[in-house]
Design a protein around this ligand. Structure first.
Ligand code: RIB
Ligand code: CA
Length: 312
């Protein structure tokens, strides 16, 4: 039986990769998509991107609900357009989607869908965790009928990519992340310890484009801006960050992981947004996180290309 998921995202180039993989994978049933600020502050743009991506994958029936454009407590001063481009899809223009967004607020959509499928749905969050935190505010009992959350976010031993201590998705809303990590559900964390394994360069995206399908060609085009950013930072290739949160659900055996308790720093001057791993159990709290620490890079790349190749 496929795993029902709700995909919470700030699409984003690597978000697009992850969403198309989810749509192409028979191991998953994408019940819906919710959008959150992050790779852009323009939520209407991100919601349009999500609708356009579902249409690109020939899945216009997948509902898309707009979530929040702001963190729980502080103003957001993101500059992710440097990474993902002004339209958050590397400047590649997709056809205007025919579908309209679901009329519900994203967090309410999450609660409604999970109440209908009690105990079955995995939330997959690849942006700031604000929508999940707001869903917990709507129904604090959410974790009693949502057993598992898979996230792209955080960092255990790999340092930060937005500050020395914090990864972008967590840093964008540490208060939300702390609520999510302490809600009582199981967490699979694809953080920076694994999401840059592999680093991927032009030849791989050329391989995706060569298949000749529109989804492969779109990802190859959208990745050009993403590649330029990483090259400008001195890296030979890009990190397919968000893909790992999906790949870990469809092929968990590709990953090396440890079970740990993780909490989130919200007050530290230098460490706000850090995912703090209690490696030695000092806090006496039960481990709630499967922390991904390594990936079979060849298998990851081959399966991703294979699955994208099955799309239109
Ligand atoms: O730090 C990487 C994360 O920030 C990814 O989710 C990427 O899409 C950006 O949102
Ligand atoms: Ca993202």
């Amino acid at each position: 039986m496929p795993i029902p998921i709700i995909f919470d995202t700030d699409p984003g180039v690597d978000d697009a990769m992850a969403l198309l993989l989810a749509l192409a994978s028979p191991e998953l049933a994408v019940l819906g998509v919710t959008t959150v600020f992050g790779n852009s502050q323009d939520l209407a743009l991100l919601t349009r991107n999500a609708l356009a991506l579902c249409a690109l994958g020939d899945r216009p029936e997948v509902p898309v609900a707009a979530g929040t454009a702001h963190p729980l407590t502080r103003t957001y001063t993101g500059r992710a357009n440097l990474v993902h481009g002004d339209n958050a899809l590397g400047g590649v223009q997709l056809p205007e989607p025919v579908q309209r967004p679901d009329t519900r607020f994203g967090p309410q959509f999450i609660v409604d869908m999970c109440r209908e499928r009690r105990g079955q749905v995995t939330l997959v969050a690849v942006g700031p965790l604000t929508n999940l935190a707001l869903a917990l505010r709507i129904d604090p009992k959410l974790p009693t009928y949502v057993p598992r959350v898979a996230i792209m976010g955080g960092s255990a031993r790999a340092g930060g990519n937005i500050t020395p201590a914090a990864e972008f998705n967590i840093y964008a809303d540490p208060e939300a992340a702390r609520l999510v990590f302490n809600a009582g559900w199981e967490i699979i964390m694809a953080g920076l310890d694994v999401t840059c394994s592999p680093r991927v360069a032009e030849p791989y995206f050329e391989r995706l484009a060569k298949r000749g399908n529109r989804c492969g060609q779109f990802l190859a085009s959208a990745s050009q801006h993403y590649l330029q950013y990483y090259h400008g930072q001195g890296y030979a290739g890009v990190c397919m960050h968000d893909v790992h949160a999906v790949m870990a659900l469809i092929r968990p055996e590709l990953y090396r992981s440890e079970r740990v308790y993780i909490d989130v720093e919200t007050a530290g001057e230098l460490t706000r947004g850090q995912t703090v791993v209690d490696w030695r159990g000092r806090l006496g709290k039960a481990a709630q996180t499967t922390l991904l620490l390594g990936a079979d890079e060849t298998a990851f790349l081959n399966l991703f290309a294979e699955r994208i190749g099955t799309l239109p």
